[in-house]
Ligand binder design. Structure first.
Ligand code: MF3
Ligand code: CO
Length: 261
């Protein structure tokens, strides 16, 4: 069931979302060649706890068959799409792209967002992948108007990235968000205009296009978490939690965009 948030709940969603956004902005400053992803994880956890929040990914277990996620952030490099496990052995190199996903619970409400960062100077191909993925998120947010549908959101992503030759991750989707990180409904990055659940005032959702430069196929690695592109091509991931309001979408996780216009 889709839970519509009251104005009082939205106040809390904004507070949780602000912590998420601050974490991502801090991480952007810390990303450079030579840094290990465990370092970024430590920085994120420390900041979240200093705000009185809790990292929602840590210990998260979507199914009993899975091991609990060990990190505060997901750190996924190059052909890793999402759910990369932070590690003291994983050192960033010049030219890499790093996707960082973070979720925070504060005062009973969650925020969830992600951003892909360049590590030093990156190739034009990788920069284009980042720009297209972030632009697809922006298009999806622009489509998130009261009275329109989840199909409109998915279509906004699909109709933009597919003609440019990129692949969409279809096995993982965005989601409703609130007291729990994952609430109904699922928010796919593909769809048909006018189809699916109608967007209502007070709905809060996380929109998170995961886009790859190659073939549309992913596999889960041996650690049971990390999702890779099947063909080894690059992937990017941008996510924001938003609220559907009468006068349009409100961004609940206002991380700073660096996209060139
Ligand atoms: N943004 C991701 C999602 O919505 C975060 C989940 S990572 C996990 O699924 F570790 F918590 F699983
Ligand atoms: Co999410």
């Amino acid at each position: 069931m889709v839970h519509l948030k009251s104005p009082a709940e939205l106040v809390r969603m904004r507070r949780a979302g602000k912590v998420v956004a601050d974490v991502l902005d801090h991480i952007r400053e810390a990303v450079r060649p030579g840094v290990v992803t465990a370092e970024l994880d430590g920085l994120a956890e420390e900041y979240i706890r200093s705000c009185g929040g809790a990292p929602v990914f840590k210990g998260y277990r979507p199914m009993p068959s899975m091991t609990p996620f060990p990190g505060t952030i997901c750190a996924s490099i190059n052909e890793e799409v999402v759910h990369g496990i932070p590690s003291a052995e994983r050192r960033l190199e010049e030219g890499d792209i790093l996707s960082v996903d973070v979720g925070v619970c504060l005062d009973g409400y969650c925020g969830d967002a992600a951003c892909t960062y360049p590590v030093g100077a990156i190739s034009a191909e990788r920069q284009a992948l980042l720009d297209v993925t972030e632009a697809s998120l922006n298009r999806a947010i622009d489509a998130a108007l009261k009275g329109r549908t989840l199909g409109d959101i998915g279509y906004a992503v699909e109709s933009y990235v597919k003609p440019l030759g990129y692949g969409i991750v279809r096995d993982y989707t965005g989601h409703g968000i609130g007291k729990k990180m994952h609430e109904a409904p699922q928010v796919p990055n593909f769809g048909h205009p006018g189809r699916g659940v109608t967007l209502q005032r007070g709905m809060t959702i996380a929109i998170e296009p995961m886009i790859m430069s190659g073939r549309e196929d992913v596999r889960v690695g041996e650690n049971g978490w990390t999702v890779f592109t099947a063909d080894g091509s690059d992937a990017a991931h941008f996510e924001r939690s938003i609220a559907i309001l009468d006068d349009g979408p409100e961004i609940l996780t206002p991380w700073t965009s660096r996209m060139a216009h």
